[in-house]
Design a protein around this ligand. Structure first.
Ligand code: ADP
Length: 449
């Protein structure tokens, strides 16, 4: 059976069950008690009537037989001869066969019906040769009415009360838990859209209960987190910006040194300066781009872009790297595949994926770029038959500065920022990117725009 996970449903079931038990217990107690009281009063009444008639008989009061036969107050009493022969009173055929028994009122069941029976013998007036039996009989069935009405109440009222309890309770808990839904929604919005500026909605007239305090506290915490993130982004952005000029100067000086180098040793040193400066420059540009996208300051010029042309440019720009590794880069884009995108951003994303395919490709391998239309979307696939990525790294490769193999990647001046930049660019376009890979067989990046 499926476990009930909703707190609202669990609470509702819990107190509806409790309410049911409570009603049944209370009604049973009240019903049982009133039933017992009715029996007691019947017994008392029967004993009283029998005692009064007995007294009248023993004192030889005239007209006793008439009283018993006609008076309403003695309607439950009958008088019998000592041998059980009926004389007067309420002649009950069912009861008549029950042997007489002196003692306390007792319960007799005749033909499925309950009766209270009380017998008393009296010698009768002085001078009479035989005594009498006085019998009082009253049906218990009338008292059953009380029990029956309790049952009817139970059958009609209990379901009604329970229905009311369940609906009312569910409605109240649903209202009480509404802030929790707001909290869940905001948390989901923040994690889905990566937008920490979202806050839990708090109505001005909301009751100041525990959940209200929780919402206020969480909003305060989000303020702090947003502040910290903004500061961190600002720092990255400022630092990258400040680094750009000195790096350009170092690069220019390095290139100058390379030009005037007198021997191989100096050339080698100058080349290192140039290579490392280019590497730092690339890293700083990526950091700056990421910081701009994060803070929504990145300019985004959406226009109609011919994908075939854009991918041709990307392939051309990676040609040198590809030929160094003897890797063949080819593309297959149906003519007239147009996408709405920021041309330079999409170009740098796809160039990055192709470069990765080359960097992590095997000698004489290949990188294939293809595109196809899916409904009103465009799918771009960059696939290689290189080293591949093992499962444990697959979902971490989008993390900033994450590199699968530090040593291997160092030879290409890897930074671990490429894929996070690609992902940010594709998200900025409202698209998605995913990866499939099998170690030793290659990797496939799938963009959907
Ligand atoms: P890097 O600058 O290190 O290439 P990326 O963010 O582009 O940074 O890639 C992160 C890591 O993912 C890389 O270090 C590499 O190990 C792995 N990777 C990326 N693309 C591929 C690919 N096509 N084949 C195999 N591994 C890849």
């Amino acid at each position: 059976m499926k476990k009930i996970t909703s707190i609202k449903t669990r609470i509702t079931i819990w107190y509806t069950t409790l309410m049911f038990i409570l009603i049944v217990v209370v009604l049973s107690l009240v019903g049982g008690l009133s039933y017992q009281l009715s029996i007691d009063s019947i017994e008392k009444n029967v004993v009283l009537q029998v005692t009064q008639v007995t007294e009248k008989l023993s004192r030889r009061q005239p007209g006793v037989f008439e009283i018993v036969g006609n008076k309403e107050e003695f309607k439950n009493v009958s008088i019998y001869e000592n041998d059980g022969k009926y004389i007067v009173g309420q002649y009950n055929y069912d009861i008549a066969n029950i042997p007489f028994e002196e003692g306390i009122p007792r319960r007799e069941n005749i033909a499925g019906k309950d009766y209270i029976v009380y017998d008393k013998s009296t010698p009768g007036p002085p001078g009479r040769h035989g005594g009498f039996w006085i019998r009082g009989v009253e049906s218990v069935s009338s008292t059953m009415l009380l029990g029956r009405s309790a049952i009817i109440i139970m059958l009609i009222i209990i379901p009604l009360i329970l229905l009311l309890t369940a609906f009312g309770g569910y409605y109240i808990t649903k209202r009480a838990f509404k802030p929790v839904n707001n909290i869940i929604k905001t948390a989901n919005d923040i994690s889905d859209q990566k937008d920490v500026s979202r806050r839990i909605e708090i109505k001005p007239d909301a009751k100041e209960d525990e959940l209200h305090h929780l919402s206020v506290t969480l909003n305060k915490m989000l303020d702090k987190i947003e502040n910290l993130i903004t500061q961190e982004k600002q720092f990255t952005s400022d630092a990258s910006h400040e680094l750009r000029t000195p790096i350009s100067v170092i690069l220019a000086q390095g290139e100058y040194l390379l030009d005037i180098a007198k021997d191989e040793k100096e050339k080698e040193l100058a080349q290192t300066i140039v290579d490392k400066s280019k590497q730092i420059s690339k890293l700083v540009s990526r950091l700056l781009l990421l910081a701009r996208i994060d803070s929504r300051r990145q300019k985004f010029n959406k226009e109609k872009v011919d994908l075939g042309v854009l991918i041709d440019i990307a392939v051309q720009s990676t040609k040198e790297l590809a030929s160094q590794k003897g890797i063949l880069v080819f593309s297959n884009i149906p003519e007239g595949t147009i996408v709405e995108a920021d041309e330079s951003l999409l170009l740098s994303a796809i160039t990055n994926l192709i470069s990765n395919g080359i960097k992590y490709g095997n000698k004489s391998g290949h990188v294939a770029v293809s595109a196809s239309k899916l409904d009103n979307k465009t799918q771009i696939v960059v696939a290689d038959n290189g080293v591949g990525i093992s499962k444990e790294h697959l979902d971490k490769i989008w993390t900033r500065f994450y590199r699968v193999d530090d040593v291997r990647n160092d030879e290409y001046g890897s930074s671990g920022l490429g894929l996070s930049m690609v992902k940010s660019i594709i998200s900025l376009h409202g698209g998605t990117i995913s990866v499939k890979s099998s170690p030793g067989n290659g990797t496939e990046f799938i963009i959907i725009l």
